[in-house]
Unconditional design. Structure first.
Length: 259
């Protein structure tokens, strides 16, 4: 968490560069090198998607090599959406942190808080799914509970309570940009937590509305992820710089007191 806070403050960036490599082996190896090199000056974090690596022969080795190439001051979020019982989750956590060297992970909390705890190591950060950006929305997330609210509301509350409980690690949330009103709702329920926000760019999320809905009062608290639009750009660095600058313009509008 401290690495993320330092990076955000030093760079004045809330941009998370997603790494979802597609193409033949030669293209992927070349492009991963280009994207990491060209966007490192603008990225508050990198987010390699585990599935895109596991689907390739020697994908784990490629993932390890890619993470080692990322400058050490930039946090790495391994997007695996892990979600299993604690004894199995412990092995996933060992893979993510001890083998790959990630600073943070994404988890699916729908088997309960035991799916989160093994990843909540001291100094590490966990982003727990609350409301995802895929369309159509899953009925599970929107299902109403007898105690009030939806299952996604409860998932956010669970993450907030665990964040308050676990002093040595940080529990954030994955909140998609496809519904800014939902971002605002989750922010109201979880005013201090960090949100990892997919859905901007290729998925059509509204950047301005999302920032207005989700920024904390200090003009921070969001990581805006972009994967395909940067990967497919002719110049990844220029695309990352442009998005970072757009985010900062809206941060100024949304939070006038932010320095």
């Amino acid at each position: 968490m401290q690495k993320l806070l330092t990076r955000v403050k030093t760079l004045n960036s809330l941009l998370c560069v997603g790494l979802d490599p597609t193409g033949d082996d030669a293209t992927v190896i070349r492009r991963l090198h280009e994207v990491v090199t060209e966007t490192s000056d603008y990225a508050a974090a990198f987010k390699p998607n585990l599935a895109f690596f596991l689907s390739r022969e020697n994908g784990v080795a490629l993932l390890e090599k890619t993470v080692r190439r990322i400058p050490s001051e930039i946090p790495v979020i391994l997007d695996g959406k892990f979600g299993d019982i604690s004894s199995t989750a412990e092995h996933y956590a060992s893979f993510a942190y001890d083998i790959i060297g990630a600073d943070a992970v994404t988890v699916n909390p729908y088997m309960g808080d035991d799916t989160i705890r093994p990843f909540a190591r001291p100094g590490k950060m966990v982003f727990s799914l609350a409301k995802t950006s895929n369309k159509p929305q899953h009925g599970l997330q929107d299902a109403a509970m007898t105690r009030g609210g939806s299952i996604s509301d409860w998932a956010a509350r669970l993450a907030r309570l665990m964040d308050e409980e676990l002093a040595d690690s940080t529990i954030g949330l994955v909140v998609g940009a496809s519904e800014p009103e939902t971002v605002a709702k989750v922010r109201a329920a979880c005013p201090e937590q960090w949100f990892l926000v997919p859905g901007i760019g290729a998925q059509g999320g509204d950047l301005s509305a999302t920032l207005r809905a989700g920024l904390r009062t200090d003009g921070s608290g969001l990581l805006i992820n972009s994967s395909r639009s940067i990967w497919q750009a002719k110049n990844a660095g220029a695309a990352a710089r442009e998005l970072m600058e757009q985010i900062n313009q809206f941060r100024t509008v949304a939070s006038p007191d932010h320095a």
